[in-house]
Ligand binder design. Structure first.
Ligand code: IYR
Length: 222
């Protein structure tokens, strides 16, 4: 029988008071996170972006296949080509593909086909999901769940580092794999412009559903 190596889990126990403080402070921090569409063009330190991507890649994944690739694009010419291709799809979306109901839901966000943030933001992170292993053709498992979790880590890491981002999903996004020369096995999952907010940046005044609508609980009887 094959013996698989294990190692002890590094203990991380906090007393309840400290747990409460940590949970509350994390909540405060994520509560402050907002999707941003008005970016400053100020460059961001590359090593910070790389660290955040490394944090994203610590996410759990189906059978630990880590079915993701993160493309970090800071080249202005390439960002511009991405913008042009994204705006082509978005124009199609806003003028033809979107249902009236969808457009009505988007109205408070004041979005439209113009995506200047793809030029202005100093960095774009294109996330690709890897549906199978290029070398062997073996399929990966729970790919979109795994990549979604990694993107959650990435968004939280960027916010924690003091950067802003937008989960941008021009649809369809095939142009990204083409422009960035990705293999057939990879599928564009998310496009994140990253940077600092523009001076005087404003965001829609949105709130989250109350916890009572979000959480249902099944506790042992009294
Ligand atoms: N992809 C388009 C439309 C869009 C769709 C949803 I759902 C949003 O929450 C926001 C935008 C765009 O990026 O404009």
């Amino acid at each position: 029988m094959t013996e698989y190596r294990t190692r002890p889990l590094a203990p991380r126990r906090f007393d309840p008071a400290e747990m409460r403080a940590r949970a509350a402070s994390f909540l405060d921090e994520v509560r402050e996170r907002r999707s941003v569409r008005e970016f400053s063009s100020e460059p961001v330190p590359r090593d910070v972006l790389v660290r955040c991507i490394e944090a994203a890649a610590q996410a759990p994944s189906g059978a630990n296949k880590q079915p993701w690739t993160f493309a970090l694009v800071t080249d202005p010419a390439l960002k511009h080509r991405i913008r042009v291709a994204a705006e082509k799809e978005e124009t199609e979306f806003y003028t033809r593909r979107a249902t009236p109901e969808w457009l009505a839901d988007l109205a408070p966000l004041q979005t439209g086909p113009e995506k200047d943030f793809l030029d202005v933001a100093p960095a774009l992170i294109a996330v690709f999901s890897r549906r199978w292993e290029e070398a062997t053709g073996h399929k990966h498992y729970y790919v979109s769940e795994s990549v979604g979790i990694a993107c959650g880590f990435l968004i939280a890491a960027l916010h924690h580092a003091g950067l802003v981002t937008l989960t941008h999903t021009p649809s369809p996004m095939e142009f990204l794999a083409t422009l960035l020369g990705r293999p057939k096995s990879e599928h564009a999952y998310l496009l994140l412009p990253v940077g600092y907010p523009a001076e005087g940046c404003r965001v829609p005044d949105l709130t989250r559903r109350p916890l009572a609508e979000t959480l249902i609980e099944f506790s042992p009887g009294e």
